[in-house]
Design a protein around this ligand. Structure first.
Ligand code: COI
Length: 372
């Protein structure tokens, strides 16, 4: 296996979700004691009862947040407080006892201090942190569990689709919907993801990278991409403005979505949170009103959408390439991630790396995920 060397002239692409770091953080909740203090331990398999509630009834919520290198001895975690707040909202929806914000921050600090040094100081790479809360009680009664566990793991990643802002092709799902009013689409519930795989497979067979989800009632309004929010640019030059579907409960209120709304407003770009129908999406791309479309998310950052397929029909967005507004917003966000631009107050949490030798990134073999 090839050693992972940050100085590579042509670095290989690091797949999303494979290169786990050597440690994890865990905590437990009991009715008597509430949440325990988070503890650092080596990354390793979990032991669980075959009757664990999370496994059978899916009482599981998670988050996804990223940390970026800050020179030789620190990393900066992007908006952990906002991720902690969303984890609390997700937990409340799934009747999971919320993890206190300070416990999540303490867990992030523990893991980044221990494993921040695994992140090579190379543009485009980040440490993706995955906190999970799950029902750990062994009991198949159909009621909220009486024991829970928290887990935080991390992996080194490049881009979700590619390491450059290459345009993706998206597929409008007509057979399936992602979330219904009153359901769980507005929180990061583990069960939101596997039901998208059948549609994702249809998209893949149609030569597309991602699924566009429509609202479940009228099957008319564009909701999100499933793991990513969608933005449209109407107009160009000084008349350009951003449009994104409003957060009405069925789409996930992305932290990246919120960051882009903030950056756009700060840069004088008008933003309208309003519904866009799939018919508008098609006709406005064809008549040139919609000039750009992009996906946003922690994993996807800002990814341009180049082509849309809806059954037998397909259309191009703009010239099919990343447009200027997409690239400007992406740059503005990445500049904050990487420290080239200053972040709004409270967005970044900088953590010193314990005992790092920053000049020598860990070999690929030393990252836990390579063979497991
Ligand atoms: C994220 O963008 O962090 C997500 O959670 C999407 C997906 C990778 C699960």
């Amino acid at each position: 296996m090839r050693a992972f060397d940050a100085a590579d002239a042509e670095p290989y692409r690091i797949p999303f979700g494979e290169q786990f770091t050597p440690h994890m953080v865990t905590a437990e909740w009991t009715e008597r004691d509430g949440w325990s203090e988070p503890r650092l331990s080596p990354f390793g398999n979990l032991s669980m009862s075959p009757a664990m509630v999370g496994l059978h009834y899916g009482q599981v919520v998670f988050e996804g947040l990223k940390a970026y290198r800050r020179g030789s001895d620190a990393v900066a975690c992007f908006r952990p407080v906002d991720h902690a707040a969303r984890l609390r909202r997700s937990a409340e929806r799934l009747a999971v006892p919320a993890l206190p914000e300070e416990s999540l921050l303490a867990a992030v600090d523990l893991l980044l201090e221990a494993d921040g040094g695994c992140l090579p100081d190379r543009p485009g790479l980040s440490l993706y942190l995955r906190p999970v809360l799950y029902a750990s009680e062994a009991n198949l009664a159909l009621r909220p569990a009486r024991r829970y566990a928290f887990l935080l793991i991390a992996f080194v990643t490049g881009g979700f689709f590619s390491d450059r802002p290459d345009p993706v092709k998206v597929w409008v799902s007509r057979d399936y919907t992602r979330a219904a009013p009153g359901g769980t689409g507005g929180v990061k519930f583990a069960g939101n993801y596997a039901p998208s795989y059948a549609a994702q497979e249809q998209a893949r067979r149609a030569g597309c990278d991602q699924v566009v989800w429509l609202d479940p009632v009228e099957r008319r309004w564009v909701d999100e991409l499933g793991g990513m929010n969608l933005f449209f640019v109407r107009g160009s030059g000084p008349s350009a403005h951003l449009v994104t579907p409003p957060v009405t409960g069925t789409l996930l209120p992305g932290v990246t979505r919120d960051s882009l709304l903030h950056l756009a407003a700060g840069g004088g770009l008008a933003v309208h949170e309003e519904p866009v129908s799939v018919e508008q999406f098609r006709t406005e791309c064809l008549d040139g009103t919609i000039t750009e479309t992009f996906a946003s998310g922690t994993a996807a950052v800002v990814t341009p959408v180049g082509t849309v397929r809806d059954g037998a029909e397909s259309w191009q967005v703009g010239d099919g390439q990343a447009g200027p507004v997409t690239l400007a917003l992406r740059d503005a966000l990445v500049d904050i991630h990487t420290g080239r631009a200053s972040a709004p107050a409270g967005w970044l949490r900088t953590v010193g790396i314990r005992g790092s030798d920053p000049g020598r990134p860990q070999s690929r073999e030393s990252l836990v995920g390579s063979g497991q």
